[in-house]
Ligand binder design. Structure first.
Ligand SMILES: [Cu+2]
Length: 141
């Protein structure tokens, strides 16, 4: 008679474990790119590839920032290039320099492989607010 409650308890335990696993995974994935940072009409993050057509090798990338329509100065930007296929080490821009007028430019960035890339700019504005912008680029040999 005691077998049924035990079995039920074990099943509940397994269901709870799966529930926690799925919840953890969801939080982990959500943690990578917080939805709040993705879109903000008052703080558009424009990522522009200046070196066109895109080829393997050095490339200049600009990030243009405005806040409520006015150029945003004093921001710090981290810029990373990721390929869309697995197993690649991201390419990090060694420097992103402020040119003025809300325009920032990479120094020393280079595509190291042909294919599809996503460039992501992590922006921290002078007031501490953080946002992200991205650009998909197809890089030729
Ligand atoms: Cu690759």
């Amino acid at each position: 008679m005691a077998r049924y409650p035990t079995t039920t308890r074990r099943k509940r335990g397994a269901t709870l474990a799966w529930g926690l696993a799925i919840l953890s995974l969801t939080l982990l994935l959500a943690g990578c790119k917080p939805p709040a940072e993705r879109a903000d009409a008052s703080r558009p993050v424009e990522v522009v590839l200046l070196t066109t057509p895109a080829r393997v090798g050095p490339a200049a990338i600009e990030v243009r920032l405005t806040v409520a329509g006015a150029p945003a100065s004093g921001a710090t930007i981290g810029l990373v290039g990721d390929m869309t296929h697995a197993g690649m080490v991201p390419v990090v821009a060694p420097a992103v320099v402020e040119l003025g007028g809300g325009v920032y430019r990479t120094e020393g960035f280079a595509f190291d492989m042909a294919g599809d890339w996503v460039i992501t700019a992590d922006v921290r504005y002078a007031d501490g607010v953080t946002r992200q912008g991205s650009l998909a680029v197809s890089v030729a040999r």
